[in-house]
Write a protein that binds this ligand. Structure first.
Ligand SMILES: Nc1ncnc2c1ncn2[C@@H]1O[C@H](COP(=O)(O)OP(=O)(O)OP(=O)(O)O)[C@@H](O)[C@H]1O
Ligand SMILES: [Mg+2]
Length: 260
């Protein structure tokens, strides 16, 4: 199963959700890969502990190779890095990724990522793609290559306005390029149970018929701590409430996928 975690809005929890769901998947003995397409490299850093600039083999090489006709290609398997955790690998991002964007676009390389993901899906049970906060070549490539899309929502009124636009953009990608893509759901993140406004926003989403997933993720300082320690929550604090919510969310997605 190939999942993209996407929202054009920055800071809504894309990287946190992609990495923590991936870590839970790996902890349940599923072979799991995180593909980081965001030049900020937050997921790559979170999962490897390495500064992104120090990573030699990255998804940059994959896209650069897509632009060259050379027999000396590095297979993707050599670009994928192990993490300190069993069953969890990452194809890291690179800060210069955007320098390739115009060339990739003009030379119609939008399907290259899909080809690669489909090959990797033969080796991995679950692939999670982290995306930049933009609908650009890389996030569109990922929407073309994925089976399911998760949309983090940070309970903010501006995010609510942007959701319709976002769902329309995803629907357009589905119609034009990837009929297999489905929106798996909106992941409510940074939920503060005591605060009224977020509750009302989520209720409004549900009443308006948006596909809100039933498991909500609470706001906790432990998330930031987990990033700082480069340790996903399932390894850092397996018994914490937020970790439990991530486990419930992963299990919900897994069961939903099986019953289709
Ligand atoms: N449930 C949560 N509770 C508390 N803090 C959170 C939670 N989820 C995410 N955060 C924090 O919010 C910030 C943004 O999260 P994250 O980097 O995952 O978002 P993003 O959508 O990937 O951002 P960007 O668009 O910049 O890539 C981080 O500092 C992260 O630690
Ligand atoms: Mg991110």
């Amino acid at each position: 199963m190939i999942r993209i975690v996407f929202n054009q809005k920055g800071g809504v929890g894309k990287s946190s959700i992609a990495c923590n769901l991936a870590a839970i998947s790996a902890s349940q003995s599923f072979k799991t890969l995180v593909v980081d397409l965001d030049p900020q490299g937050n997921s790559s850093h979170y999962l490897t502990g390495m500064p992104v600039r120090q990573l030699d083999d990255t998804v940059f090489d994959f896209f650069e190779q897509a632009l060259t006709i050379s027999s000396q290609r590095k297979p993707v398997e050599q670009l994928i890095q192990p993490t300190p955790w069993d069953n969890l690998d990452v194809l890291p991002a690179h800060a210069d990724l955007e320098t390739l964007e115009a060339k990739l676009e003009s030379r119609y390389k939008i399907y290259k990522l899909k080809e690669m993901l489909q090959q990797q899906a033969q080796h991995y049970d679950h692939i999670f793609i982290d995306t930049p906060p933009a609908l650009n070549f890389f996030s569109r490539s990922a929407l073309i290559g994925a089976d399911r899309c998760l949309i983090p929502f940070d309970c903010d009124a501006f995010s609510l306005q942007a959701l319709t636009q976002l769902l329309d953009a995803i629907e357009e990608m589905k119609q034009d390029h990837n009929p297999d893509l489905s929106v798996e759901g909106i992941v409510v993140n940074q939920m503060q149970p005591q605060a009224k406004l977020p509750q009302q926003l989520v209720e409004q989403l549900v009443n308006d018929g948006y596909p809100v997933l039933p498991v909500h993720l609470m706001s906790s300082v432990k998330m930031r701590e987990s990033h700082q320690l480069n340790k996903p929550l399932i390894y850092h604090l397996p018994k914490h409430k937020l970790t439990g919510q991530f486990v419930d969310l992963f299990n919900h997605l897994k069961e939903g996928a099986q019953s289709r």
